[in-house]
Design a protein around this ligand. Structure first.
Ligand code: ADP
Ligand code: MG
Length: 251
């Protein structure tokens, strides 16, 4: 579903992604863990072309993202149109819910399909109501973001991403900004998606969730992937001393 090969990314002189390669199969749930500043968010943003990469190659379902390979092997920037099309196939949920504050939960979810995908309003609405029910908020259609708890807002944000019918969902610390008692309800929604077979990459510090849901856990440190293993292995017997050190701090 996603292949990232030898991704390198700089912010000025700062080398933030160092030869990162990752392959995610259809239906797989990959959890990325690692210390703050290790490049997790930047990597997700590169996958979604919210950041450009300096070197490397990303494909989704075999189609290049952001860069096109010419017959002579040279990489050139892709057309805007192609980027938008590919990006619309990836749903992204951030730490901060960033819902539109002046729109109700329902309107937030309908917005993308109507304005971006040109879905007829009635169809967008019925689909949005289904999605609200799916994330357990059928009764909150007309609520504005300020009237919702953080956990409810994040569930609306997930429904909003799903409304675009993505092929892959990317989550960047979706529960890190939540009060502890609200974390569970958001993780439940993500677990549900996993059960539905959604392909997902989830950056999180929730190790219980990783253990339960991940097919693979990837440990990033200082811009590199140091370990990529099944959760059983990584939590019980991590290969790399840095993984061990990181886990000993947070478990
Ligand atoms: P993580 O998500 O693992 O905490 P990030 O991907 O946010 O890490 O950051 C990786 C490194 O890149 C950090 O050193 C961070 O300060 C730096 N960084 C992130 N975004 C920018 C930016 N827009 N400009 C400059 N440096 C950045
Ligand atoms: Mg981050």
């Amino acid at each position: 579903m996603i292949v990232a090969e030898h991704i390198n990314k700089y912010f000025g002189k700062l080398h933030v992604l160092k030869d990162v390669s990752l392959t995610v199969a259809r239906g797989e749930v990959v959890v990325i863990i690692g210390p703050s500043g290790s490049g997790k968010s930047t990597f997700l943003r590169c996958l979604n072309y919210l950041e450009t990469i300096d070197d490397g190659y990303i494909t989704m379902e075999g189609q290049p993202i952001g860069k096109k390979k010419l017959p002579n092997g040279r990489l050139v920037d892709d057309s805007r149109k192609n980027i938008y099309r590919l990006r619309s196939r990836m749903g992204m949920v951030f730490q901060r819910f960033n819902l539109f504050p002046h729109q109700t939960a329902l309107q937030n979810i309908m917005e993308g399909p109507i304005t971006v995908s040109k879905t007829p309003v009635a169809e967008a609405k019925s689909r949005a109501l289904e999605l609200l029910a799916k994330v357990g908020l059928a009764d909150k259609a007309d609520a504005y973001p300020v009237q919702l708890s953080g956990g409810q807002q994040q569930r609306v944000a997930i429904a909003r991403a799903l409304a675009m019918q993505p092929r892959v969902m990317l989550f960047d610390e979706p529960t890190s900004a939540l009060d502890p008692e609200l974390v569970g309800e958001v993780l439940e929604v993500i677990k549900d998606l996993a059960r539905d077979g959604m392909t997902m990459i989830v950056v999180t510090h929730e190790m219980g969730f990783a253990r339960e849901v991940a097919d693979r856990v990837v440990f990033m440190d200082d811009g590199r992937i140091l370990e990529d293993a099944d959760p059983q292995k990584i939590f019980s017997n991590p290969e790399h001393p840095r993984t061990r050190e990181f886990l000993s701090k947070i478990l």
